[in-house]
Design a protein around this ligand. Structure first.
Ligand code: ZN
Length: 429
């Protein structure tokens, strides 16, 4: 297991900035809540609040994120020396919205937040966004002084009083040394108490029985918040179904019927702050198949269905690994997602524009590129055409993968390696 983690090529070869965590940070978390506002042609960030809580469960050895798979980059610098001391990349609903028809003209507002270890001194911080052509736009630049800035503590009183409790499901080690996954239930009323408990345990077992999580079990923690909704079920505007729930999750996000997401990101994070967490998974009590996963943001799954085991590990692939969908026939409202002539940022797709920096090292020299999708190459890691919602011009690593097919515990070697590296990112040994 240790050998699996220590042999990570990518983490050794990227230019890491190795500074001592204690030189710059204290053992607390700083959360910056902000609004991401705009449409296809314009965007802006508006800071809403600074929040703080005890402890820091994120990485302490990869403070400058080694791989950027997201659309937004947050960077913090020591304000006196301008030494970069922390960065985090992630994707967001806003950037999906702006690729839709509505997003071309209508300005909309999305809640977002970023967590970082609490700086000891004043920092300069920046938000930048990247479009699908990798053009960088700086959205915001500001200072934060931990001694002067007004900060509220989380979890705040209302959430402490809501009878929310933390349930340990799988504990591999200390929070600061592990990837901490937190389940938050939505649409479970008090009458669904037993169902909620059994669902949380069931989804935990789906993750822990799937490779590579099962081999790295001592580096993973999974907890759940026991929280009830006023009403049972999930809102679906397409069927005029409206439910009062803990997180107000809803189907039909950005007009995509089975896209089940939560727009109340600050409330979601206020509740999550009750437990140590690096990533949040919403488990929604609904028989309607749906979900979604956004890199370093959060993911959702529905609890009922024959493929729940597959759905949770697929969505976690998006959330943790920044993995792209490898399928290419689907109801998807995003357009021009992988433009011609641009190498996708996602680790499991290529347009062959910069394949050297993708999984070329995993492809043997006698495998043709592109690789024909024939029985002879059924188990081969190669370069197969079709992926990222398009049949031509975008390539994936294998014929079959959990990011492409309805197959549980079947990540291709490229996706698996990416997830191993992510678990290493959160592991501080
Ligand atoms: Zn894959």
């Amino acid at each position: 297991m240790r050998a699996l983690l220590s042999g990570l090529l990518l983490f050794c070869t990227v230019g890491l900035f190795a500074q001592n965590f204690d030189d710059y940070f204290s053992q607390r978390t700083l959360r910056i809540d902000y609004l991401h506002i705009g449409n296809k042609h314009q965007e802006a960030v508006e800071i809403s609040a600074y929040k703080t809580r005890e402890g820091w469960t994120g990485t302490r050895q990869f403070l400058i994120e080694p791989n950027r798979y997201g659309d937004v980059l947050f960077e913090a610098f020591d304000s006196l020396t301008m030494i970069p001391i922390y960065s985090r990349s992630y994707s967001c609903l806003f950037n999906e919205y702006r690729t839709t028809v509505e997003g071309e003209t209508i300005v909309d507002t999305f809640e977002e937040c970023i967590n970082m270890p609490m700086p000891k001194q004043t920092i300069l911080y920046r938000f930048s966004s990247f479009d699908r052509y990798k053009k960088k736009t700086q959205l915001y630049e500001g200072y934060f002084n931990p001694k002067h800035e007004l900060m509220s503590s989380t979890p705040s009183k209302p959430y402490q009083m809501m009878d929310l409790q933390v349930m340990d499901l799988h504990i591999g080690g200390k929070a600061e040394d592990c990837l901490d996954i937190l389940f938050i239930p939505d649409g479970y009323s008090k009458d669904d108490k037993e169902l909620m408990k059994s669902d949380m345990r069931r989804f935990c077992s789906y993750i822990m029985n799937c490779s590579p999580y099962k081999e790295l079990a001592e580096h993973v923690n999974i907890r759940a918040i026991k929280g009830y909704s006023e009403e049972s079920g999930i809102t679906n505007p397409n069927t005029n179904t409206f439910r009062k729930t803990l997180l107000n999750s809803s189907f039909n996000t950005i007009n995509l019927d089975r896209y089940l997401m939560c727009l109340h990101v600050w409330k979601l994070n206020d509740i999550a702050d009750l437990a140590p967490h690096d990533v949040i998974v919403i488990i929604a009590n609904t028989a309607k198949y749906g979900g979604g996963g956004i890199f370093n943001f959060y993911c959702t799954v529905n609890n009922i269905g024959t493929h729940s085991d597959y759905v949770i590990v697929h969505e976690l692939g998006h959330l943790l690994g920044g993995l792209a969908d490898e399928y290419y026939t689907s109801e998807v409202s995003v357009r021009d997602y992988y433009p011609e002539g641009v190498e996708p940022v996602e680790p499991n797709l290529t347009t062959l524009v910069d394949f050297d920096n993708k999984w070329k090292r995993l492809v043997s020299s006698d495998t043709p590129i592109p690789t024909p999708a024939t029985p002879a190459y059924r188990e081969t890691t190669g370069v197969f055409e079709g992926g990222g919602y398009v049949a031509k011009g975008v390539f994936r690593p294998c014929q079959k993968c959990t990011m492409k097919d309805l197959l549980y515990n079947h990540f291709c070697p490229v996706c698996k390696q990416t997830l191993i590296e992510v678990i290493k990112y959160y592991t501080n040994d």
